[in-house]
Design a protein around this ligand. Structure first.
Ligand code: FE
Length: 130
């Protein structure tokens, strides 16, 4: 996949304040607030920063966490994983495979067949209806 490398100034100009905070400063939106949390339409969830296709609606499920949750990315290289030791926890951060923006975290308590929960910030996603 061709990587996108933009300066923080470019990202600041292109993204809303909330998007910038989450995507570029690894922020987390408040649970139960995201616009895509309850979305049940059929389509594809893309990176809000670069448009990289991340998740199909086929893998979205109700995790009860308050954040949009998926059990698998649309293709393996769509996302990347980074060890995150912030806030005194050891977690695995999920970043966009194309632009490196922060999307959320992954936890091993998801449904089968993957057993994984991709816990995403709604503001890091854009939904494209099929
Ligand atoms: Fe991206």
């Amino acid at each position: 996949m061709d990587k996108i490398n933009k300066s923080e100034e470019e990202w600041r100009n292109e993204l809303t304040e909330e998007e910038y905070h989450i995507l570029r400063e690894k922020g987390t939106e408040k649970p139960w607030t995201g616009a895509l949390l309850e979305n049940k339409d059929t389509g594809v969830y893309e990176c809000a920063a670069c448009g990289n296709e991340l998740y199909s609606s086929d893998t979205k499920y109700e995790s009860g966490s308050g954040w949009p949750s998926f059990w698998d990315p649309i293709r393996a290289e769509a996302v990347e994983f980074v060890k995150d030791k912030s806030f005194g926890m050891i977690r695995t951060e999920v970043t966009c495979g194309r632009c490196g923006s922060h999307l959320g975290h992954i936890f091993p308590d998801g449904p089968q067949p993957s057993g994984q929960r991709y816990c995403m910030n709604s503001a890091a996603l854009k939904f494209k209806k099929n």
